[in-house]
Design a protein around this ligand. Structure first.
Ligand SMILES: Cc1cc2nc3c(=O)[nH]c(=O)nc-3n(C[C@H](O)[C@H](O)[C@H](O)COP(=O)(O)OP(=O)(O)OC[C@H]3O[C@@H](n4cnc5c(N)ncnc54)[C@H](O)[C@@H]3O)c2cc1C
Length: 479
Protein backbone atom coordinates (compact mmCIF):
# COMPACT_ATOMS: atom_id res chain seq x y z
CA UNK A 1 0.00 0.00 0.00
CA UNK A 2 1.22 3.51 -0.81
CA UNK A 3 1.15 6.35 1.67
CA UNK A 4 0.27 8.92 -0.98
CA UNK A 5 -1.13 8.60 -4.51
CA UNK A 6 -0.89 11.65 -6.74
CA UNK A 7 -3.33 11.60 -9.64
CA UNK A 8 -1.95 13.51 -12.66
CA UNK A 9 1.63 14.12 -13.79
CA UNK A 10 1.43 17.73 -14.91
CA UNK A 11 3.38 20.49 -13.22
CA UNK A 12 1.11 20.24 -10.14
CA UNK A 13 1.48 16.48 -9.64
CA UNK A 14 5.20 16.50 -10.48
CA UNK A 15 5.87 19.35 -8.00
CA UNK A 16 4.09 17.42 -5.23
CA UNK A 17 6.00 14.24 -6.14
CA UNK A 18 9.29 16.16 -6.00
CA UNK A 19 8.54 17.48 -2.50
CA UNK A 20 7.32 14.10 -1.21
CA UNK A 21 10.49 12.44 -2.52
CA UNK A 22 12.35 14.19 0.29
CA UNK A 23 10.61 12.05 2.96
CA UNK A 24 10.63 8.42 4.06
CA UNK A 25 7.25 7.52 2.62
CA UNK A 26 5.92 5.50 -0.32
CA UNK A 27 4.40 7.74 -2.93
CA UNK A 28 3.14 7.05 -6.44
CA UNK A 29 2.17 9.29 -9.36
CA UNK A 30 -0.65 7.90 -11.52
CA UNK A 31 -0.87 9.32 -15.05
CA UNK A 32 -3.22 8.24 -17.83
CA UNK A 33 -0.87 9.25 -20.66
CA UNK A 34 2.45 7.68 -21.75
CA UNK A 35 4.61 10.54 -20.43
CA UNK A 36 4.60 13.27 -17.82
CA UNK A 37 3.71 16.88 -18.70
CA UNK A 38 1.49 16.13 -21.70
CA UNK A 39 -1.66 17.89 -20.43
CA UNK A 40 -1.95 21.66 -20.05
CA UNK A 41 1.62 21.74 -18.74
CA UNK A 42 3.06 21.34 -22.22
CA UNK A 43 0.79 23.91 -23.92
CA UNK A 44 0.77 27.34 -22.33
CA UNK A 45 2.58 30.69 -22.54
CA UNK A 46 5.53 29.39 -20.47
CA UNK A 47 5.67 32.52 -18.32
CA UNK A 48 6.60 32.54 -14.65
CA UNK A 49 4.32 35.42 -13.83
CA UNK A 50 5.25 38.30 -11.55
CA UNK A 51 2.13 38.28 -9.36
CA UNK A 52 0.61 41.71 -10.13
CA UNK A 53 -2.40 40.29 -11.97
CA UNK A 54 -4.26 38.09 -9.41
CA UNK A 55 -6.66 39.81 -7.01
CA UNK A 56 -5.11 40.40 -3.57
CA UNK A 57 -6.21 37.81 -1.01
CA UNK A 58 -6.72 35.02 -3.56
CA UNK A 59 -4.77 31.75 -3.58
CA UNK A 60 -3.54 32.78 -7.02
CA UNK A 61 -1.91 35.89 -5.57
CA UNK A 62 -0.39 34.02 -2.63
CA UNK A 63 1.11 31.15 -4.61
CA UNK A 64 2.15 33.18 -7.65
CA UNK A 65 4.38 35.39 -5.51
CA UNK A 66 5.96 32.45 -3.66
CA UNK A 67 6.16 30.31 -6.80
CA UNK A 68 7.88 33.07 -8.77
CA UNK A 69 10.84 32.88 -6.39
CA UNK A 70 10.84 29.14 -5.70
CA UNK A 71 10.48 28.09 -9.35
CA UNK A 72 13.55 30.10 -10.33
CA UNK A 73 15.52 28.40 -7.54
CA UNK A 74 14.39 24.95 -8.69
CA UNK A 75 15.23 25.66 -12.32
CA UNK A 76 18.78 26.53 -11.31
CA UNK A 77 19.10 23.42 -9.14
CA UNK A 78 17.60 20.99 -11.63
CA UNK A 79 19.14 22.44 -14.81
CA UNK A 80 15.90 23.62 -16.42
CA UNK A 81 15.99 26.39 -19.05
CA UNK A 82 14.78 29.62 -17.39
CA UNK A 83 15.43 33.32 -18.07
CA UNK A 84 14.27 36.23 -15.95
CA UNK A 85 13.60 38.72 -18.75
CA UNK A 86 10.84 40.78 -17.10
CA UNK A 87 7.44 41.68 -18.53
CA UNK A 88 5.91 44.86 -19.89
CA UNK A 89 2.18 45.54 -19.82
CA UNK A 90 1.69 48.03 -22.62
CA UNK A 91 -0.87 50.87 -22.67
CA UNK A 92 -2.20 52.24 -25.95
CA UNK A 93 -4.30 55.11 -24.58
CA UNK A 94 -4.55 57.52 -21.64
CA UNK A 95 -7.37 55.31 -20.33
CA UNK A 96 -5.09 52.25 -20.34
CA UNK A 97 -2.41 54.22 -18.50
CA UNK A 98 -4.83 54.19 -15.56
CA UNK A 99 -4.93 50.38 -15.78
CA UNK A 100 -1.14 50.33 -15.47
CA UNK A 101 -1.40 52.35 -12.25
CA UNK A 102 -4.04 49.95 -10.93
CA UNK A 103 -1.92 46.91 -11.78
CA UNK A 104 1.10 48.51 -10.12
CA UNK A 105 -0.95 49.17 -7.00
CA UNK A 106 -2.30 45.59 -7.03
CA UNK A 107 1.23 44.27 -7.52
CA UNK A 108 2.42 46.30 -4.52
CA UNK A 109 -0.40 44.84 -2.40
CA UNK A 110 0.54 41.31 -3.50
CA UNK A 111 4.22 41.95 -2.75
CA UNK A 112 5.70 42.19 -6.27
CA UNK A 113 9.12 43.86 -6.04
CA UNK A 114 10.59 46.71 -8.14
CA UNK A 115 7.69 47.45 -10.49
CA UNK A 116 7.92 50.70 -12.42
CA UNK A 117 6.02 52.56 -15.12
CA UNK A 118 7.93 53.52 -18.25
CA UNK A 119 6.96 56.50 -20.39
CA UNK A 120 6.78 56.31 -24.17
CA UNK A 121 10.40 57.32 -24.70
CA UNK A 122 11.86 54.73 -22.34
CA UNK A 123 9.52 52.04 -23.68
CA UNK A 124 10.54 52.64 -27.31
CA UNK A 125 14.22 52.80 -26.37
CA UNK A 126 14.09 49.41 -24.62
CA UNK A 127 11.68 47.84 -27.11
CA UNK A 128 12.38 49.37 -30.55
CA UNK A 129 9.94 47.03 -32.34
CA UNK A 130 6.94 47.95 -30.23
CA UNK A 131 4.05 49.72 -31.99
CA UNK A 132 4.27 53.52 -32.38
CA UNK A 133 0.82 53.64 -30.78
CA UNK A 134 2.13 52.33 -27.45
CA UNK A 135 2.22 55.21 -24.97
CA UNK A 136 3.52 53.68 -21.73
CA UNK A 137 4.24 50.35 -20.04
CA UNK A 138 4.39 48.76 -16.63
CA UNK A 139 7.61 46.82 -16.00
CA UNK A 140 7.57 43.78 -13.73
CA UNK A 141 11.22 42.71 -13.68
CA UNK A 142 10.63 39.48 -11.73
CA UNK A 143 8.78 37.79 -14.63
CA UNK A 144 10.57 34.82 -16.19
CA UNK A 145 10.27 32.48 -19.14
CA UNK A 146 10.73 28.75 -18.70
CA UNK A 147 10.50 25.44 -20.51
CA UNK A 148 7.35 24.16 -18.74
CA UNK A 149 7.59 20.54 -19.82
CA UNK A 150 11.30 20.36 -18.94
CA UNK A 151 10.48 21.74 -15.49
CA UNK A 152 7.82 19.06 -14.92
CA UNK A 153 10.12 16.34 -16.28
CA UNK A 154 12.99 17.53 -14.05
CA UNK A 155 10.79 17.50 -10.95
CA UNK A 156 9.38 14.06 -11.81
CA UNK A 157 12.78 12.58 -12.63
CA UNK A 158 14.19 13.84 -9.35
CA UNK A 159 11.19 12.41 -7.49
CA UNK A 160 11.79 9.02 -9.16
CA UNK A 161 15.50 9.19 -8.24
CA UNK A 162 14.34 9.71 -4.65
CA UNK A 163 12.10 6.63 -4.68
CA UNK A 164 8.71 7.92 -5.87
CA UNK A 165 6.96 5.45 -8.22
CA UNK A 166 5.38 6.59 -11.44
CA UNK A 167 2.69 4.65 -13.24
CA UNK A 168 2.16 5.87 -16.79
CA UNK A 169 -0.67 4.72 -19.11
CA UNK A 170 -2.75 4.29 -15.96
CA UNK A 171 -6.11 6.03 -15.85
CA UNK A 172 -7.99 6.41 -12.57
CA UNK A 173 -11.55 5.26 -13.16
CA UNK A 174 -12.93 4.84 -9.62
CA UNK A 175 -12.10 5.67 -6.00
CA UNK A 176 -13.53 4.06 -2.88
CA UNK A 177 -12.67 4.48 0.78
CA UNK A 178 -12.26 1.19 2.67
CA UNK A 179 -11.26 1.33 6.35
CA UNK A 180 -8.34 3.74 6.48
CA UNK A 181 -7.29 3.55 2.84
CA UNK A 182 -8.42 4.56 -0.62
CA UNK A 183 -8.90 1.86 -3.24
CA UNK A 184 -8.04 3.46 -6.54
CA UNK A 185 -9.44 1.61 -9.53
CA UNK A 186 -7.44 2.00 -12.75
CA UNK A 187 -7.24 0.40 -16.20
CA UNK A 188 -4.07 -1.26 -14.86
CA UNK A 189 -5.50 -2.77 -11.68
CA UNK A 190 -6.18 -1.54 -8.16
CA UNK A 191 -3.82 0.81 -6.32
CA UNK A 192 -4.17 1.37 -2.57
CA UNK A 193 -3.12 4.55 -0.80
CA UNK A 194 -3.77 6.25 2.53
CA UNK A 195 -3.82 9.76 1.05
CA UNK A 196 -4.73 11.11 -2.36
CA UNK A 197 -3.68 14.33 -4.09
CA UNK A 198 -5.99 15.06 -7.01
CA UNK A 199 -3.89 16.98 -9.55
CA UNK A 200 -5.80 15.88 -12.66
CA UNK A 201 -5.83 19.28 -14.38
CA UNK A 202 -8.82 19.84 -16.66
CA UNK A 203 -10.30 16.59 -15.26
CA UNK A 204 -9.75 17.37 -11.57
CA UNK A 205 -13.50 17.93 -11.06
CA UNK A 206 -14.28 14.53 -12.60
CA UNK A 207 -11.69 12.78 -10.43
CA UNK A 208 -13.11 14.55 -7.36
CA UNK A 209 -16.57 13.31 -8.29
CA UNK A 210 -15.35 9.69 -8.34
CA UNK A 211 -15.66 9.85 -4.54
CA UNK A 212 -17.44 13.12 -3.67
CA UNK A 213 -20.43 15.05 -4.81
CA UNK A 214 -19.64 18.02 -7.06
CA UNK A 215 -17.74 20.63 -5.06
CA UNK A 216 -16.24 22.52 -7.96
CA UNK A 217 -16.75 22.46 -11.70
CA UNK A 218 -14.25 23.02 -14.45
CA UNK A 219 -15.40 24.76 -17.62
CA UNK A 220 -12.52 24.08 -20.02
CA UNK A 221 -11.35 27.11 -21.96
CA UNK A 222 -8.94 26.93 -24.87
CA UNK A 223 -6.11 29.24 -25.89
CA UNK A 224 -4.42 29.04 -29.30
CA UNK A 225 -0.86 30.02 -30.24
CA UNK A 226 1.68 30.67 -32.94
CA UNK A 227 5.26 29.57 -32.42
CA UNK A 228 7.64 31.40 -34.73
CA UNK A 229 11.09 30.54 -35.98
CA UNK A 230 14.21 31.84 -34.26
CA UNK A 231 14.44 34.52 -36.97
CA UNK A 232 11.68 36.29 -34.97
CA UNK A 233 13.05 35.43 -31.51
CA UNK A 234 14.79 38.75 -30.97
CA UNK A 235 11.93 41.06 -31.95
CA UNK A 236 11.20 41.80 -28.30
CA UNK A 237 13.34 41.68 -25.17
CA UNK A 238 10.57 41.31 -22.58
CA UNK A 239 7.29 39.44 -22.34
CA UNK A 240 4.92 41.95 -23.97
CA UNK A 241 1.37 41.95 -22.60
CA UNK A 242 -1.53 44.17 -23.50
CA UNK A 243 -3.77 45.43 -20.71
CA UNK A 244 -5.74 42.52 -19.19
CA UNK A 245 -9.50 42.29 -19.71
CA UNK A 246 -12.35 40.15 -18.35
CA UNK A 247 -11.17 37.19 -20.49
CA UNK A 248 -7.71 37.11 -18.95
CA UNK A 249 -4.23 38.41 -19.52
CA UNK A 250 -4.80 38.72 -23.27
CA UNK A 251 -2.50 38.05 -26.22
CA UNK A 252 1.21 38.22 -25.44
CA UNK A 253 4.33 38.33 -27.56
CA UNK A 254 7.39 36.82 -25.94
CA UNK A 255 10.75 35.25 -26.63
CA UNK A 256 10.93 31.61 -25.52
CA UNK A 257 13.80 30.07 -23.58
CA UNK A 258 14.65 28.15 -26.73
CA UNK A 259 15.07 31.35 -28.78
CA UNK A 260 11.74 31.36 -30.69
CA UNK A 261 8.88 33.84 -30.49
CA UNK A 262 5.57 32.76 -28.95
CA UNK A 263 2.37 34.64 -29.74
CA UNK A 264 -1.00 33.99 -28.10
CA UNK A 265 -3.37 32.93 -26.59
CA UNK A 266 -7.01 33.68 -27.31
CA UNK A 267 -9.80 32.47 -25.05
CA UNK A 268 -12.70 30.30 -26.16
CA UNK A 269 -14.86 27.54 -24.66
CA UNK A 270 -13.48 24.06 -25.25
CA UNK A 271 -14.89 20.56 -25.21
CA UNK A 272 -12.87 18.66 -22.58
CA UNK A 273 -9.20 18.61 -23.44
CA UNK A 274 -9.66 19.36 -27.16
CA UNK A 275 -6.46 21.03 -28.31
CA UNK A 276 -7.30 21.55 -31.97
CA UNK A 277 -6.55 24.96 -33.47
CA UNK A 278 -8.98 27.01 -35.55
CA UNK A 279 -8.66 29.57 -38.34
CA UNK A 280 -10.75 32.09 -36.42
CA UNK A 281 -8.80 31.67 -33.15
CA UNK A 282 -5.45 32.00 -34.88
CA UNK A 283 -6.44 35.00 -36.95
CA UNK A 284 -7.66 36.75 -33.76
CA UNK A 285 -4.29 35.98 -32.12
CA UNK A 286 -2.36 37.26 -35.12
CA UNK A 287 -4.29 40.51 -35.50
CA UNK A 288 -4.21 41.26 -31.78
CA UNK A 289 -0.47 40.61 -31.52
CA UNK A 290 0.27 42.89 -34.49
CA UNK A 291 -1.23 45.73 -32.47
CA UNK A 292 1.68 45.34 -29.99
CA UNK A 293 4.47 44.38 -32.40
CA UNK A 294 3.56 45.23 -36.01
CA UNK A 295 6.75 43.75 -37.47
CA UNK A 296 6.10 40.10 -36.59
CA UNK A 297 6.53 38.04 -39.75
CA UNK A 298 3.87 35.34 -39.44
CA UNK A 299 5.27 33.60 -42.51
CA UNK A 300 7.98 32.43 -40.12
CA UNK A 301 5.43 30.44 -38.11
CA UNK A 302 6.69 26.89 -37.47
CA UNK A 303 3.84 25.54 -35.36
CA UNK A 304 0.37 26.26 -34.02
CA UNK A 305 -0.92 24.68 -30.86
CA UNK A 306 -3.57 25.09 -28.19
CA UNK A 307 -3.75 24.58 -24.43
CA UNK A 308 -6.82 24.15 -22.24
CA UNK A 309 -7.45 26.20 -19.09
CA UNK A 310 -8.99 24.41 -16.08
CA UNK A 311 -11.30 27.35 -15.42
CA UNK A 312 -13.73 27.45 -12.47
CA UNK A 313 -16.48 29.95 -11.61
CA UNK A 314 -14.49 31.21 -8.61
CA UNK A 315 -11.55 31.94 -10.91
CA UNK A 316 -9.18 30.84 -8.17
CA UNK A 317 -7.25 27.66 -7.31
CA UNK A 318 -9.30 25.07 -5.41
CA UNK A 319 -6.86 23.65 -2.88
CA UNK A 320 -8.40 21.92 0.12
CA UNK A 321 -8.81 18.65 1.96
CA UNK A 322 -12.24 17.22 1.31
CA UNK A 323 -14.51 17.63 4.33
CA UNK A 324 -15.99 14.12 4.10
CA UNK A 325 -12.91 12.22 2.96
CA UNK A 326 -9.96 12.71 5.26
CA UNK A 327 -6.68 12.74 3.41
CA UNK A 328 -8.22 13.47 -0.02
CA UNK A 329 -6.73 16.74 -1.22
CA UNK A 330 -7.99 18.56 -4.29
CA UNK A 331 -5.63 20.80 -6.22
CA UNK A 332 -8.06 22.00 -8.88
CA UNK A 333 -8.88 25.08 -10.90
CA UNK A 334 -5.25 25.29 -11.95
CA UNK A 335 -5.58 27.91 -14.66
CA UNK A 336 -2.96 30.63 -15.11
CA UNK A 337 -0.83 31.39 -13.06
CA UNK A 338 -0.80 27.66 -12.26
CA UNK A 339 2.56 27.00 -13.88
CA UNK A 340 4.12 29.82 -11.84
CA UNK A 341 2.46 28.67 -8.62
CA UNK A 342 2.64 24.86 -8.66
CA UNK A 343 6.05 24.55 -7.00
CA UNK A 344 4.91 26.71 -4.06
CA UNK A 345 1.53 24.98 -3.85
CA UNK A 346 3.34 21.64 -3.51
CA UNK A 347 5.10 22.86 -0.35
CA UNK A 348 1.73 23.62 1.23
CA UNK A 349 0.16 20.36 0.04
CA UNK A 350 2.91 18.53 1.93
CA UNK A 351 2.02 20.57 5.04
CA UNK A 352 -1.67 19.73 4.55
CA UNK A 353 -0.81 16.03 4.34
CA UNK A 354 1.22 16.29 7.55
CA UNK A 355 -1.62 18.16 9.30
CA UNK A 356 -4.05 15.42 8.40
CA UNK A 357 -1.84 12.69 9.86
CA UNK A 358 0.88 11.69 7.37
CA UNK A 359 4.11 11.12 9.28
CA UNK A 360 6.90 12.86 7.42
CA UNK A 361 10.45 12.00 8.35
CA UNK A 362 13.12 13.59 6.19
CA UNK A 363 15.45 11.26 4.27
CA UNK A 364 19.15 11.55 5.05
CA UNK A 365 20.30 11.39 1.47
CA UNK A 366 18.35 12.77 -1.43
CA UNK A 367 19.16 13.62 -5.01
CA UNK A 368 18.54 17.34 -5.39
CA UNK A 369 20.56 18.37 -8.41
CA UNK A 370 20.42 17.36 -12.03
CA UNK A 371 22.63 17.96 -15.04
CA UNK A 372 21.63 17.50 -18.65
CA UNK A 373 24.20 17.33 -21.46
CA UNK A 374 23.21 20.03 -23.97
CA UNK A 375 25.84 19.65 -26.69
CA UNK A 376 24.83 22.84 -28.49
CA UNK A 377 25.62 25.00 -25.48
CA UNK A 378 29.03 23.46 -24.68
CA UNK A 379 32.44 24.96 -25.46
CA UNK A 380 34.53 23.33 -28.23
CA UNK A 381 36.76 21.76 -25.55
CA UNK A 382 33.83 20.27 -23.64
CA UNK A 383 32.29 18.99 -26.88
CA UNK A 384 35.56 17.28 -27.81
CA UNK A 385 35.79 15.68 -24.35
CA UNK A 386 32.24 14.40 -24.59
CA UNK A 387 32.74 12.94 -28.09
CA UNK A 388 35.91 11.21 -26.89
CA UNK A 389 33.99 9.68 -23.98
CA UNK A 390 31.09 8.63 -26.18
CA UNK A 391 31.25 8.95 -29.98
CA UNK A 392 27.43 9.17 -30.16
CA UNK A 393 27.82 12.83 -29.10
CA UNK A 394 29.68 13.33 -32.36
CA UNK A 395 26.63 12.45 -34.49
CA UNK A 396 24.17 15.28 -35.07
CA UNK A 397 20.66 13.88 -35.56
CA UNK A 398 18.57 17.06 -35.35
CA UNK A 399 20.32 19.59 -37.57
CA UNK A 400 17.95 22.48 -36.85
CA UNK A 401 18.62 22.35 -33.11
CA UNK A 402 22.06 20.66 -33.15
CA UNK A 403 20.99 17.68 -31.06
CA UNK A 404 23.29 14.66 -31.02
CA UNK A 405 22.54 10.96 -30.91
CA UNK A 406 24.20 10.89 -27.47
CA UNK A 407 21.61 13.31 -26.08
CA UNK A 408 18.75 11.33 -27.64
CA UNK A 409 20.06 8.10 -26.12
CA UNK A 410 20.36 9.91 -22.76
CA UNK A 411 16.72 11.04 -23.04
CA UNK A 412 15.60 7.48 -23.71
CA UNK A 413 17.39 6.12 -20.67
CA UNK A 414 16.64 8.84 -18.14
CA UNK A 415 14.66 7.98 -14.95
CA UNK A 416 11.38 8.39 -16.86
CA UNK A 417 12.29 6.94 -20.26
CA UNK A 418 11.21 8.74 -23.42
CA UNK A 419 9.17 6.23 -25.42
CA UNK A 420 7.76 8.46 -28.16
CA UNK A 421 9.29 10.88 -30.67
CA UNK A 422 7.72 13.87 -28.88
CA UNK A 423 8.90 12.58 -25.48
CA UNK A 424 12.45 12.76 -26.87
CA UNK A 425 11.72 16.26 -28.17
CA UNK A 426 10.53 17.40 -24.74
CA UNK A 427 13.73 16.13 -23.12
CA UNK A 428 16.44 17.24 -25.57
CA UNK A 429 14.77 19.46 -28.21
CA UNK A 430 15.28 17.11 -31.19
CA UNK A 431 12.52 18.10 -33.63
CA UNK A 432 11.86 21.51 -32.09
CA UNK A 433 13.43 23.50 -34.89
CA UNK A 434 12.38 24.97 -38.18
CA UNK A 435 11.60 21.63 -39.85
CA UNK A 436 9.66 20.41 -36.78
CA UNK A 437 11.14 16.93 -36.97
CA UNK A 438 10.53 16.48 -40.69
CA UNK A 439 14.10 15.26 -41.14
CA UNK A 440 15.12 13.87 -37.74
CA UNK A 441 11.75 12.32 -36.71
CA UNK A 442 12.33 8.98 -38.50
CA UNK A 443 15.90 8.79 -37.15
CA UNK A 444 14.67 9.44 -33.61
CA UNK A 445 12.06 6.72 -34.09
CA UNK A 446 14.78 4.24 -35.14
CA UNK A 447 16.95 5.15 -32.15
CA UNK A 448 14.05 4.65 -29.69
CA UNK A 449 13.24 1.30 -31.33
CA UNK A 450 16.89 0.21 -31.10
CA UNK A 451 17.50 1.42 -27.54
CA UNK A 452 14.26 0.03 -26.06
CA UNK A 453 14.36 -3.06 -28.24
CA UNK A 454 10.82 -2.59 -29.49
CA UNK A 455 9.46 -2.83 -33.06
CA UNK A 456 9.69 0.42 -35.02
CA UNK A 457 5.93 0.48 -35.52
CA UNK A 458 5.44 0.53 -31.72
CA UNK A 459 7.15 3.93 -31.41
CA UNK A 460 4.41 6.58 -31.63
CA UNK A 461 4.71 10.24 -32.48
CA UNK A 462 3.32 11.25 -29.07
CA UNK A 463 0.40 9.81 -27.07
CA UNK A 464 -0.49 6.13 -27.47
CA UNK A 465 -2.41 5.74 -30.70
CA UNK A 466 -0.50 8.44 -32.59
CA UNK A 467 1.11 5.73 -34.71
CA UNK A 468 3.31 6.64 -37.65
CA UNK A 469 3.93 3.19 -39.09
CA UNK A 470 1.22 0.58 -39.34
CA UNK A 471 3.27 -2.24 -40.86
CA UNK A 472 5.78 -3.18 -43.56
CA UNK A 473 4.98 -2.25 -47.14
CA UNK A 474 4.29 -5.23 -49.43
CA UNK A 475 4.11 -7.41 -46.29
CA UNK A 476 2.53 -10.64 -47.51
CA UNK A 477 0.72 -8.84 -50.30
CA UNK A 478 0.78 -9.76 -54.01
CA UNK A 479 3.46 -7.98 -56.03
C1 LIG B 1 -3.52 28.89 -22.87
C2 LIG B 1 -2.87 28.77 -21.53
C3 LIG B 1 -1.83 29.63 -21.15
C4 LIG B 1 -1.26 29.54 -19.90
N1 LIG B 1 -0.16 30.29 -19.61
C5 LIG B 1 0.40 30.20 -18.39
C6 LIG B 1 1.56 30.95 -18.07
O1 LIG B 1 2.17 31.58 -18.92
N2 LIG B 1 2.01 30.91 -16.80
C7 LIG B 1 1.39 30.20 -15.84
O2 LIG B 1 1.80 30.28 -14.69
N3 LIG B 1 0.34 29.41 -16.12
C8 LIG B 1 -0.15 29.38 -17.37
N4 LIG B 1 -1.20 28.58 -17.69
C9 LIG B 1 -1.71 27.66 -16.69
C10 LIG B 1 -0.82 26.42 -16.56
O3 LIG B 1 -0.49 25.92 -17.82
C11 LIG B 1 -1.58 25.38 -15.75
O4 LIG B 1 -1.95 25.96 -14.52
C12 LIG B 1 -0.77 24.13 -15.44
O5 LIG B 1 -0.12 23.63 -16.56
C13 LIG B 1 -1.69 23.09 -14.86
O6 LIG B 1 -0.94 21.96 -14.54
P1 LIG B 1 -1.62 20.70 -13.92
O7 LIG B 1 -0.54 19.78 -13.53
O8 LIG B 1 -2.57 21.12 -12.83
O9 LIG B 1 -2.53 20.11 -15.08
P2 LIG B 1 -2.07 19.25 -16.36
O10 LIG B 1 -0.78 19.67 -16.90
O11 LIG B 1 -3.22 19.22 -17.30
O12 LIG B 1 -1.86 17.80 -15.75
C14 LIG B 1 -2.93 17.00 -15.32
C15 LIG B 1 -2.59 15.56 -15.66
O13 LIG B 1 -3.58 14.71 -15.10
C16 LIG B 1 -3.76 13.63 -15.99
N5 LIG B 1 -5.06 13.02 -15.71
C17 LIG B 1 -6.28 13.58 -15.87
N6 LIG B 1 -7.24 12.71 -15.49
C18 LIG B 1 -6.61 11.58 -15.08
C19 LIG B 1 -7.07 10.32 -14.59
N7 LIG B 1 -8.38 10.04 -14.44
N8 LIG B 1 -6.15 9.37 -14.27
C20 LIG B 1 -4.82 9.62 -14.42
N9 LIG B 1 -4.34 10.79 -14.90
C21 LIG B 1 -5.22 11.76 -15.22
C22 LIG B 1 -3.67 14.27 -17.36
O14 LIG B 1 -3.37 13.33 -18.39
C23 LIG B 1 -2.58 15.30 -17.16
O15 LIG B 1 -1.31 14.82 -17.54
C24 LIG B 1 -1.76 28.61 -18.96
C25 LIG B 1 -2.79 27.74 -19.34
C26 LIG B 1 -3.31 27.80 -20.62
C27 LIG B 1 -4.34 26.81 -21.04
Amino acid sequence: MYDVAIIGAGITGCSIAYELGKYNINAVVIEKENDVSVGTTKANSAIIHGGYDPKPGTLMAKYNIKGNVYTKELCQKLDVPFKQIGALVVAFSEEEKKTLEELKERGAQNGVPHMEIWDKEKLHKEEPNISDNAVAALLSPNVGIVSPWELAIALAETAVENGVDIKLNTEVTGIEKKDDAYQIETNNGMIEAKYICNAAGVFADKVNELINEKTFEITPNKGEYYLLDKSQGNLVNHVIFQCPNEKGKGVLVSPTVHGNLIVGPDSQPSAGDDTSTTGSGLSFVKNTALKSVPGINFRESIRNFAGVRARTKKHDFQIYEDKKNKGFINIGGMESPGLSSATAIALDVVKMLADTGLVLEEKNDIVDTRKVNRFKHLSHEKRAELVKENPLYGKIICRCETVTEGEIVDAIHRPIPATSIDAVKRRCNAGMGRCQGGFCGPRVQEIISRELNIPLKDVPQDRLGTDIITGETKDGGAR
